[in-house]
Design a binder for this molecule. Structure first.
Ligand code: ADQ
Length: 447
């Protein structure tokens, strides 16, 4: 069997490679196990000098070759910060009003995709199978075809894909999608994303079809980690600090797609409308800063700082702080214990490709005494997790009512909801996701 070539914007750094990882890394780790493979992408470093074609730096760890290139500061700004994160990210999360379009960024985006293709092509062998990941690299397949690559190439989009009526706001949207004809298989997270992308293809006479492959986690490993983590000194300190109060937990990258202002408004409504729970709950929101160099993220951060200050100012007593809000990261081996100790997970993105935190929370629970998952309808995980308390994140009162309901559920009711959720998380693992995608790609009839 040929090698598996993974292409993603970021490649795990050597230090992170031995750490427990997110869904993408976990899923692919299973897929690359026992298979010769190569992972190619941006190193995370920028060069100050010219935009000459870089030679990939390679590093072999546990049988996987990691090949990375640096980008110039100009390329990074146009390709990554502006076009990928300042335009495609909001657009694909249905936030057309937040997208910033500049034709020069679009050109840099295409340029970096072509650069990736040139840097990769000399490392390819004829029977390699190539799997390209995410919105940074929509045109990468076509860039490889332009260099004469005839290998099987698959693409997976980790974030949502909006209806054509929104996506067409991007000037040249049809050109971007036409480049996807280069792929032998296109995977997205949900049936809704499939419908939207296929509608865009057919309205533009593009000869491509998308299929759904929902990403998961490694639930067995995560559960074991959560059990171990719950006994660590840090997690015990968290539990002691609660003094018996109910722990409501939110865990997200600090991103406007995650619905944090709306969530805080929902929590504030809960404290106002259900005064009997004041002093009985603690809401811990972990939201490490991401993309701090993009203006919209700085604005969001200021907004959240103010909101937390206001809610705590209004509701706190001398011995109770309603919200604990941290923007510094928590290591995953500690976070797993937080999930296990949490009574309620409050996960309310406005849009999310999947949302692995919801699945990790379920995997971390004690089946005899599980916590309650409150989940947004607009998380990609929602169709698989209908036994969660599903909410519309735009309605603070709905969030407040769900919190009150979660406070009132009996152990029996919690167990009844948890059973099907846990079965689904256990079935649809990251390993299954990668295997099903790669099997489908290998099965493709490619001329
Ligand atoms: P993300 O937007 O990063 O991923 P998500 O899937 O929820 O969103 O999280 C990815 C990982 O990061 C999880 O394993 C989680 O534990 C970890 N993480 C999140 N917040 C953290 C925190 N505060 N501290 C430490 N770790 C944290 C993108 C898409 C998602 C899609 C994934 C995978 O936006 O919709 O589910 O890719 O396809």
């Amino acid at each position: 069997m040929g090698r598996l070539i993974i292409v993603s914007n970021r490649v795990p750094s050597p230090r992170e490679r031995s750490q427990p990882a997110g869904g993408l890394t976990v899923g692919l780790r299973d897929a690359v196990r026992g298979n010769e493979s190569l992972w190619f992408g941006w190193s995370g470093a920028t060069t100050t000098d010219s935009d000459n074609d870089p030679t990939p730096a390679t590093d072999v760890v546990e049988g996987v070759t990691y090949a990375t290139i640096d980008l110039s500061a100009r390329q990074l700004e146009g390709f990554y910060q502006n076009f990928s994160n300042g335009l495609l990210w909001p657009l694909c999360h249905y936030r057309v009003g937040m997208m910033n379009y500049r034709r020069s960024d679009w050109e840099t985006y295409l340029e970096v995709n072509a650069l990736f293709a040139r840097a990769l092509v000399d490392m390819l062998r004829p029977d390699d199978i190539i799997w390209v990941h995410d919105y940074h690299l929509f045109p990468m397949g076509q860039a490889l075809r332009d260099l004469g690559v005839t290998n099987r190439i698959g693409f997976f989009l980790h974030i949502p894909f909006p209806p054509w009526s929104l996506f067409r706001s991007l000037p040249g949207a049809d050109l971007l999608l036409r480049d996807m004809e280069a792929y032998d298989l296109i995977g997205v997270q949900t049936a809704e994303d499939v419908d939207n992308l296929n509608q865009s293809f057919s309205l533009n006479d593009i000869n491509a079809r998308a299929q759904a492959f929902a990403i998961g986690i490694d639930p067995v490993e995560f559960h074991a980690q959560a059990v171990r983590s719950a006994e660590t000194a840090d997690v015990r300190r968290l539990v002691e600090s609660l003094h018996g109060r109910t722990l409501i937990l939110g865990v997200d990258r600090l991103d406007y797609s995650k619905g944090l202002p709306e969530r805080f408004a929902g929590y504030a409504a809960f404290l106002s409308r259900y005064p009997q729970y004041r002093g009985q709950v603690t809401f811990l929101q972990v939201a490490p800063v991401s993309r701090g160099d993009v203006e919209e993220y700085r604005v969001l951060r200021r907004q959240l700082d103010e909101q937390v200050g206001r809610i705590n100012g209004v509701h706190a007593t001398f011995d109770w702080t309603p919200i604990r809000y941290m923007t510094s990261p928590v290591p995953r081996d500690i976070l797993a214990g937080f999930y296990r100790e949490a009574d309620i997970a409050l996960i309310t993105p406005l849009r999310d490709g999947m949302n692995l935190v919801a699945k990790e929370f379920i995997a971390a629970q004690d089946a005899a005494d599980p916590g309650v998952l409150i989940l947004s309808h607009f998380a990609g995980a929602a169709p698989e997790m209908m036994d969660a308390l599903l909410v519309n994140p735009y309605d603070p009162d709905e969030i407040a009512d769900a919190l009150a309901l979660a406070m009132e559920t009996t152990t029996e009711q919690r167990i009844a909801r948890f059973g099907p959720l846990n079965a689904e998380v256990t079935r649809g693992t990251a390993g299954v996701w990668a295997r099903e995608f790669l099997d489908a790609l290998r099965a493709r009839d490619v001329g």
